[in-house]
Design a protein around this ligand. Structure first.
Ligand SMILES: NC(=O)c1ccc[n+]([C@@H]2O[C@H](COP(=O)([O-])OP(=O)(O)OC[C@H]3O[C@@H](n4cnc5c(N)ncnc54)[C@H](OP(=O)(O)O)[C@@H]3O)[C@@H](O)[C@H]2O)c1
Length: 329
C-alpha cells in the first residue's frame, strides 16, 4: 500500500470512530432526555395509583422533613400510614394531622434507629397483620451539623456507630422485615432515600457519603433481584431539601421544600427506580457530574477550598442550630 493510501485509510478509520462516538453520545443523551421527560414531566399528569401496592405505607423518620412530607403525601393519595420516629409527642401530632386532614388511619411506633438490631423484633410485632404495600426507608442522619474532617466528628466512637445503624442497618433490617409479605402478595414498593452525596465520593461528609452509597447499591441490587416478583425498589437521591438536617435553608429554585420534593418524588414511582426525585435536582446532578467530577472533588486544590468554605459557614450554621434548638424547646 502506498503512503497516501495508508493515510486515507487512517483518516477514514478516525472519521468512523469519531462519528460512532458522537452517535453513541447523541443516543445516550437523547435517551436520558426521554427518560427525564417521562419521570419528571409526564409523571405529573399520569400518576401511578399508589393504593395498588396495598393498604398501608410505613415511613421511618416520619415526624419531620422529607419523611413527614412523604407520610402526608401518601395519606393524601389514599394510604393509611404507620409512622416511626423517636419522639412520641411529635408522632402523635403528625398522626392527628393525617387523620383529621386526610381521613386516613395511622399507627405510631416509637423507635430509635441509632440502636442496634434490638429494636426490630418490637417493630415487627407492631406491624404484624397489616397489609403493607409501601415502605419508605427515609430515616437518616449526618454525623456533624456541618462539613468536618473524619477525626473532628464530635464524640466519634459513639457517633459513627449511630450513623451506620441509622443510615445502613435501618434500611437493611426494615426491608428484611417487610419484603417477605410483599413477595408473598406479589406486589410492593420500597422507597429508599439515599442522597446526591452518594453519587460521587464526598470528602468532609465521609461517613455520611459512604453510608448513602450503601443505600444506593443495596436498592439497585434489591430491585434487580425482586422486580420479577412484582416488587419495585426505588432509590431516591435528593440534592438540597429544606429540613432540620440542612438547617432549614431557604427554599429557592435549587433547594426544594420537603412537601414539594415528596410530591414530585412520589410522581416518579412507576417511571424510574433510580431517581433524583425532581427535575431541579436531576439537572443539578447532571451539571455537577460533568463539571465537578470525582477526581476534582478529591483533589488537594478542592479540599483546600472546601475547608475554607466550611470554616466560613461555621458561624452561620451555629446560629441556625441555636435557633432550631430554641424552637424545639
Ligand atoms: N435534607 C436534605 O437536603 C437531604 C438531602 C439528601 C438526602 N437526605 C436524606 O433524607 C432523609 C431525611 O432527611 P431530612 O433532611 O428530612 O432529615 P430531618 O429533617 O433531620 O428529619 C429526620 C427525621 O428522622 C427522625 N429521626 C432522626 N433520627 C432518628 C432516629 N435515630 N431514630 C428514629 N427516627 C429518627 C426525626 O424525628 P425524631 O427526631 O422525632 O426522631 C425526623 O422525623 C435522610 O435519610 C437524609 O439522609 C436529605
Amino acid at each position: 500500500m502506498t503512503e497516501a493510501a495508508e493515510c486515507d485509510c487512517l483518516s477514514s478509520l478516525l472519521c468512523f470512530l469519531g462519528g460512532a462516538t458522537a452517535l453513541c453520545y447523541l443516543l445516550k443523551w437523547t435517551w436520558r432526555c426521554v427518560q427525564g421527560f417521562r419521570a419528571y414531566v409526564l409523571s405529573e399528569i399520569w400518576q401511578t395509583d399508589l393504593r395498588r401496592y396495598g393498604r398501608w405505607a410505613v415511613v421511618t423518620g416520619a415526624t419531620a422533613g422529607i419523611g413527614r412530607a412523604y407520610a402526608i403525601e401518601l395519606a393524601r393519595r389514599g394510604l393509611d400510614v404507620v409512622l416511626i420516629s423517636r419522639s412520641s409527642e411529635k408522632l402523635h401530632a403528625i398522626a392527628k394531622e393525617i387523620e383529621s386532614q386526610h381521613g386516613r388511619q395511622t399507627r405510631i411506633i416509637q423507635a430509635d434507629f441509632t440502636e442496634s438490631q434490638s429494636i426490630y423484633p418490637a417493630i415487627a410485632k407492631q406491624l404484624m397483620g397489616l397489609e403493607i404495600g409501601i415502605l419508605v426507608n427515609n430515616v437518616g442522619m449526618n454525623y456533624a451539623g456541618m462539613l468536618v474532617h473524619f477525626l473532628d466528628v464530635p464524640d466519634p466512637e459513639q457517633r459513627i456507630t449511630e450513623v451506620i445503624n441509622c443510615n445502613i442497618v435501618s434500611v437493611t433490617q426494615m426491608s428484611r422485615l417487610i419484603l417477605p409479605c410483599m413477595v408473598k402478595r406479589g406486589k410492593g414498593l420500597i422507597i429508599n432515600i439515599s442522597s446526591e452525596a452518594a453519587s460521587q465520593p464526598q470528602p468532609m461528609l465521609t461517613v455520611y457519603s459512604a453510608t448513602k452509597i450503601f443505600v444506593t447499591y443495596f436498592s439497585r441490587c434489591l430491585h434487580a433481584e425482586y422486580q420479577a416478583r412484582g416488587i419495585t425498589v426505588q432509590c431516591v437521591t435528593p440534592f438540597m431539601v429544606s429540613t432540620n438536617m440542612t438547617h432549614n435553608i431557604e427554599v429557592n429554585p435549587l433547594v426544594k421544600s420537603a412537601a414539594s420534593f415528596a410530591r414530585d418524588a412520589l410522581n416518579t414511582v412507576g417511571y424510574s427506580s433510580f431517581t433524583s426525585g425532581c427535575l431541579s435536582h436531576a439537572l443539578q446532578h447532571t451539571v455537577l457530574s460533568i463539571f465537578f467530577p470525582a477526581w476534582l472533588r478529591l483533589s488537594p486544590f478542592c479540599m483546600r477550598h472546601m475547608e475554607q468554605f466550611a470554616q466560613g459557614m461555621r458561624p452561620q450554621i451555629e446560629e441556625r442550630v441555636a435557633q432550631q434548638h430554641n424552637k424545639d424547646n
